[in-house]
Write a protein that binds this ligand. Structure first.
Ligand SMILES: [Zn+2]
Length: 100
């Protein structure tokens, strides 16, 4: 996936569209605590019972798929105010900056 090295997008600090430079970085873990899935799982396993374990395959064989893509953080720096933030992190096999 090619990402433009400079793009004209909205800057939340300037509150208008400005020309911004883009850098790629390794995706970092964001947010704290438990997500919706792990909250649901915690509620589910806190109940009494077997939770269908007899009719399920073991976890080791359920989660054996490995991902073929990587997440990348797109770090945007505003050309006017110089503030930085992370735009998004799409999945792609290969991400690179496109030099015009
Ligand atoms: Zn700005």
């Amino acid at each position: 996936m090619k990402i433009p090295a400079k793009m004209r997008t909205f800057c939340p600090h300037c509150n208008k569209h400005t020309v911004q430079s883009v850098k790629l970085e390794k995706a970092k873990q964001r947010g704290g605590g438990m997500g919706q899935g792990s909250r649901r799982m915690a509620r589910w396993t806190s109940r009494i019972g077997n939770h269908g374990r007899y009719s399920r395959r073991p976890i080791a064989s359920r989660n054996m798929t490995s991902k073929t893509t990587k997440k990348v953080d797109i770090r945007i720096t505003c050309g006017e105010c110089g503030k930085k933030w992370i735009r998004s992190r799409p999945r792609a096999r290969r991400s690179e900056l496109q030099r015009a």
